[in-house]
Design a protein around this ligand. Sequence first.
Ligand code: SAH
Length: 414
Amino acid sequence: MRTVRALQRLRGVLSQSFSSSSAEKPMPGNSMLRHLTSKIKATGPISVAEYMREVLTNPVMGYYVQNDMLGPDGDFITSPEISQIFGELLGIWCLSEWMGAGKPSRFQLVEFGPGRGSLANDILRVFSQLRGALGGAAVSVHLVEVSPKLSQVQAQCLTGDQSQVSASEDEPVYRHGTTTTGLPISWYRNLDDVPRGFSIYLAHEFFDALPIHKFQGTEKGWREVMVDIDPDEPGKLRLVIVPAPTLASTQLIQADEKRRHVEVCPEGGVIVQRLANRITEDGGAALIADYGHDGTKMDTFRGFKGHKLHDVLASPGSADLTADVDYSYLRRMAGATVACMGPVSQKDFLKNMGIDTRLQVLLRNCADPSTRAQLIQGYDMLTNPLKMGERFQFFTMLNHTPLPVAGFSELGLS
Ligand code: SAH
């Protein structure tokens, strides 16, 4: 057990839940605000999607591009950062799907938005420990990451210093190397650059960072909510409902939509379509885990800074922006060629994957009282319905329907 990492991760985190203040960090907010206001002055209000895309992933000043925002000293904390058990169980899930597919000889693990690399690291440790079960399969690791800063952190975590940056910035593979467990690993900016072949795709807290459009139902029909300059305070931004329909408001709303306010993430839809296509043609499965709902929630767009809620329009670029994932939309975009399951709650998924047994094994092998307490606290944080147990949801896309699927019902390894 990686006690040191577990202790570092847990230090101060579990007691603060999602809210404690962080130290001041360099604020790209002002230059981002200037950039956005000059854009709006030039072409009029921008969609919330464009606002989110600029704020989060602008190549020069984007929030993700600039920062390592994860963990106790950052803006938010995620399940893989809380407990090693999370990644270990997802590692078992990957193996179980690979086995269920008839143990193909080539096996790509593809992760979207790997953050600090902790989830992949825990999964790769499981693969290494269960090398026998993997037989001679050629396993490779592929990370889709927009942030040069975080790709460095991931490379350090997963390869030590065994990775190189590609010679040209335009290369589809912008970094590559060998993991500490001896597997080839590559970094890409887009899914399209990841080689085809049997793959298990993982996306943990990735889809919630993709840009959403926001729409309001009005007496005149659906109208898009956009970001404009506040006429009373020109240094501030505000949300406005634009009077005329936009291309997005005419294209993205379902005819039978019952809600009065809707958020749609077309970029997420496109990724899911591409995943469905790959899974159908090459085999494999995708597991998406995020804050989410099944087409029921309305206004979920929010900011996080220093583990506290933060006004989405205030000092843009200095805080994380996120919106709950609409799984009903992803299911619709996945189409009929793949089988979709879920969403199921994180609590149910992890229990089905055997989290209780795994916790008992770790506790049995651990004498240190403070580490034991932290293991139990981590378990509680992940599974307690009042903490992360219910708010996080798991959803899968598969190219087969022979049920049961691990996590969505109890795990059975054959
Ligand atoms: N999965 C990690 C990190 C979640 S934060 C965890 O759970 O701890 C979101 C991650 O997605 C970051 O690594 C961020 O840089 C990456 N990301 C955000 N938007 C992206 C995009 N459009 N393309 C690729 N990666 C993106």
